[in-house]
Write a protein that binds this ligand. Structure first.
Ligand SMILES: Cc1cc2nc3c(=O)[nH]c(=O)nc-3n(C[C@H](O)[C@H](O)[C@H](O)COP(=O)(O)OP(=O)(O)OC[C@H]3O[C@@H](n4cnc5c(N)ncnc54)[C@H](O)[C@@H]3O)c2cc1C
Length: 411
């Protein structure tokens, strides 16, 4: 096949944009096709909703000492705030945890980290490692739904072990999404061009889009595991079984933010305080309070409960977050509530969840998906982010790595 384009990239999130920049640096011709009307994917700062930048998706620059976006942020002159993510307060419904319970919580966290670090786990289901009881449940929630975006009985210990410790973490006043948008402003992207099908039945690849067919020698596919599992992008011929199975063994977890604008009194909370409200281990909610001293308290729910709230809708989610906060902090918050929202990445057909986590027993799925198909289809994205899986930096590094792999084949 004679194709003018070397590589076609499906998706303009951190992975696709990273791949495009790396390929351009190697002198390869690239076309980047994006379904939505903007770039960034899950890195998306919304500026017109709360009067301050608000990250609809990624917000923390994790592993800042090895996160390339950290240096980009500094070069762009953004305001960064170190945030250790340790819980400042824990509530069991209306009751605040005692100092002894807080100490037990940190001990439970430490113990879990120790088990993971020394790889002493026997089974591969996180729930089996966690001591049952109110404090144990709180520690489990923080590591499970609020971080891995899955309930602990859905988390593979081997998968969790493979992910790096994400310290140090930083928040960005201007928004993480704005760093990504600025970093990628030189990448030409064809917006509103969803790839419905990728054909690899002849030489090279052919992308079928509503704007016509686009040919290239190879493709880098960066859409989420959710999009692939739902058939948002299909293949002809079908993908080989190892890749097909890998996609289904890397289901999307869900993390949902419920930002609440609260005017006036700060409820006795300092900016950036972290609160967890434990509600029987299944309806827990974490709040990041007044970041950068703005009028926002950002609720987070994760795992099965996030999917439940996604089905219940935004009004129910906002009501839940508000009632939880009022019950624990006991004040007149409702009278002072301003704008509210729910980030529903589960319902977004271009994502279908927050990020992928391997099913217990299937941590090897990530490696299987790194194998190129027919020496011309390469997968990249947060699911293949190595020790930075699930993160925006991991997505970018995976896109850059896939680009170099393609270059080796195209020579
Ligand atoms: C609520 C939430 C909070 C998060 N918090 C953090 C955090 O604090 N720190 C952190 O580092 N990470 C965080 N993440 C994860 C981080 O946002 C992602 O890991 C990263 O942005 C994923 O990048 P990607 O390029 O792999 O995928 P995406 O950003 O999803 O990019 C894929 C692109 O493909 C497009 N697409 C989909 N289907 C098609 C198609 N058929 N044709 C063409 N294009 C298509 C999509 O529109 C999208 O733009 C969070 C994610 C969520 C949802």
């Amino acid at each position: 096949m004679t194709s003018a384009t070397d590589v076609l990239i499906v998706g303009a999130g951190a992975a696709g944009l990273g791949a495009a920049k790396a390929l351009a640096a190697q002198g390869k011709s690239v076309r980047v096709l994006e379904a939505q009307n903007r770039i960034g994917g899950r890195a998306f700062t919304v500026t017109d909703k709360f009067g301050v930048p608000f990250d609809w998706g990624c917000a923390w620059l994790h592993a800042a000492d090895r996160n390339p976006f950290f240096d980009d942020g500094i070069a762009q002159g953004v305001t960064l705030q170190h945030h250790d993510l340790n819980l400042d307060r824990l509530y069991f419904g209306a009751r605040r945890a005692t100092a002894i319970e807080m100490a037990k919580l940190f001990k439970a966290d430490f113990e879990l980290a120790r088990i993971l670090e020394h790889k002493t786990a026997k089974g591969d289901r996180l729930a089996e490692l966690i001591e049952i009881g109110a404090v144990g449940a709180a520690a489990a929630t923080y590591t499970g739904p609020m971080d891995f975006a899955q309930d602990t009985d859905e988390i593979s210990v081997a998968d969790l072990m493979a992910a790096a410790d994400l310290d140090p973490n930083f928040l960005v006043r201007e928004g993480f999404g704005s760093i990504v948008a600025h970093w990628a402003k030189d990448v030409a992207v064809e917006l509103e061009t969803p790839v419905r099908r990728l054909r690899w039945d002849g030489p090279g690849v052919v992308a079928e889009t509503p704007r016509g067919e686009i040919k290239a020698k190879a493709a880098i596919v960066t859409v989420s595991m959710g999009v692939l599992a739902y058939g948002g992008l299909r293949f002809t011929p079908e993908l080989p079984l190892p890749q097909e199975e890998a996609i289904h063994n890397l289901p999307m977890g869900l993390l949902t933010k419920i930002p609440l604008e609260i005017k006036g009194d700060r409820l006795g909370l300092k900016p950036f305080e972290d609160i967890l409200i434990e509600r029987h281990g299944h309806h827990d909610v974490y709040f990041l309070c007044f970041p950068f001293d703005c009028d926002l308290v950002v609720g987070f729910v994760g795992g099965d409960f996030a999917w439940e709230l996604s089905a219940a809708g935004e009004a129910a989610a906002v009501d839940f977050a508000l009632q939880s906060l009022t019950r624990s902090l006991g004040s007149d918050i409702e009278k002072r509530i301003g704008r509210t929202a729910m980030t529903d990445w589960g319902a977004n057909p271009c994502t279908r969840g927050a990020y992928a986590a391997a099913r217990p027993g299937f941590a090897g799925a990530r490696k299987a998906l790194m194998e190129p198909v027919g020496e011309r289809i390469y997968f990249a994205g947060e699911a293949l982010g190595g020790s930075l899986i699930q993160t925006c930096a991991g997505a970018r590094l995976s896109g850059e790595a896939a680009a170099l792999q393609v270059c080796r084949h195209l020579k």
